[in-house]
Design a protein around this ligand. Structure first.
Ligand SMILES: [Zn+2]
Length: 122
């Protein structure tokens, strides 16, 4: 998939050299987080260097999308992923989100392109 196609599918989104892998992942319905090859830490948002050790050996790594709700402001939840980083997305299939609730990743379509969402884990 060309860079241009990624731009076309997510118009107006902050796509640049550091974030294009993340958006390409969305098109494949994979949630990617940068992992540092030197210290092994995951970090968000995507950047060219590891904020913990300044290594530039960072590469997008797929995460499970499982985690628990850290906070919410409907319809958006901030989720502590099992991998130790936070992700923010819309919550679906849930009338009453609550802090600490286990959730899992799902996908919704927005303007014809997949975007991540969370739903209660059952
Ligand atoms: Zn590092």
């Amino acid at each position: 998939m060309s860079d241009l196609e990624v731009f076309e599918r997510y118009p107006g989104r902050p796509i640049d050299r550091d974030t294009i892998a993340f958006f390409r992942g969305l098109l494949e319905r994979r949630l990617l987080v940068n992992r540092c090859g030197d210290c092994g830490r995951l970090h968000q948002p995507p950047g060219p260097v590891c904020p913990a050790c300044w290594s530039d050996d960072v590469s997008p790594t797929e995460v499970s999308g499982r985690g628990t709700v850290h906070s919410f402001s409907r319809p958006v939840v901030v989720v502590d992923l099992d991998e130790g980083v936070r992700a923010t997305a819309t919550i679906v299939n849930c009338d009453e989100p609550r802090i600490g609730m286990p959730v899992r990743l799902t996908w919704i379509e927005r303007d014809g392109a997949p975007v991540p969402a969370f739903e209660p884990a059952r």
